[in-house]
Ligand binder design. Structure first.
Ligand code: SAM
Length: 286
């Protein structure tokens, strides 16, 4: 649909459909016409690509993706938006809308069923209340995707793209650095949304790496350890992992020693090879 990101057109569509925003679903819709084309262009939406979109809203980004990519599968949880999308995406025959919670969709199967012969990328203006669970789900399933280009809150962008060993690091940062090369693309002001959120946003791209760090024999255990390490902010690695995994403190201290780490180290101070060495030593001890 032409001029879909024009605020007048959006207001008209929403009022004709009697749509009211749901705060709990993170519904802040883009009303700045310059943002969606940039996300689509920088997010690999092009010939030979199938795109997974998460959270369509009224379809402003979906339109830009459908114009450029071979196929778009867009997942939207809110069933009230289905009649809206029927109208705003009417001209495209390469879009499939999936009315489900993204965290319950079998994305591997979706890719196999819908994107045969295509490269796949994810593009989205994410619902902010589940940014980390969505990113973790996309990465840990080891989906055959090339990139994840998402708009997130500025603070979340800092965490997702932080360098290991710095204070912004969290469990999701380790997952990002394990699987991807993250890149900050551009900032988006709060005034670009309706309703305007209380924070500014940022578009980032995570390029999936072909290889993952060496030395991890059990990925599930590695990520269990990483999650435990960051489960209690400001605690030492030893204390967090001991209580998070229910492992005796003396055992965790021994794993630290064997990985060449001081027992007073904090999780945000560890580099990737130190995380992998520590989790391997711990795995051998328990
Ligand atoms: N892409 C649209 C835009 O840029 O205007 C909407 C973005 S809005 C920030 C997030 C969208 O995600 C909303 O439409 C919301 O209903 C949807 N959403 C929220 N939770 C979801 C979930 N668990 N699964 C799928 N979609 C979800």
């Amino acid at each position: 649909m032409d001029r879909l990101s024009d605020i007048g057109v959006i207001k008209d569509i929403l009022s004709r459909h009697g749509f009211t925003f749901s705060k709990s679903l993170g519904q802040n819709f883009l009303v700045n016409p310059s943002v969606c084309p940039r996300i689509a262009e920088m997010g690999n939406a092009g010939k030979g690509f199938g795109i997974i979109e998460i959270g369509t809203g009224i379809g402003v980004l979906t339109n830009e993706l459908a114009k450029r990519a071979d196929k778009v599968c867009a997942i939207e949880i809110d069933k009230r938006l289905m009649p809206v999308l029927e109208e705003t995406l009417a001209e495209y025959d390469n879009v499939k809308i999936i009315n489900e919670d993204v965290l319950k969709v079998d994305l591997k199967k979706l890719i196999e069923d819908e994107f045969s012969g295509l490269e796949v990328a994810v593009c989205a203006n994410l619902p902010y209340y589940i940014t980390s669970p969505i990113i973790m789900a996309l990465l840990e399933q080891r989906l055959p995707i090339k990139s994840v280009t998402v708009m997130v809150q500025k603070e979340a962008a800092q965490r997702l793209c932080a360098k290991l060993g710095t204070r912004d690091v969290g469990a999701v940062t380790v997952a990002v650095r394990y699987y991807c090369e993250p890149k900050v693309l551009f900032n988006v002001s709060r005034g670009s949304f309706m309703p305007a959120p209380n924070v500014d946003s940022c578009v980032i791209r995570l390029d999936i790496k072909e290889t993952t760090p060496e030395g991890v024999t059990d990925e599930a255990f590695f990520f269990k350890t990483v999650r435990a390490a960051f489960s209690q902010r400001r605690k030492t690695l030893v204390n967090s992992v001991s209580s998070g995994l229910g492992v005796d403190k003396a055992v965790v201290i021994k794993a630290c020693e064997q990985a060449g780490l001081p027992s007073t180290i904090r999780p945000e101070q560890l580099l990737m090879e130190q995380f992998t060495a520590f989790s391997e030593e711990l795995r051998k001890l328990i």
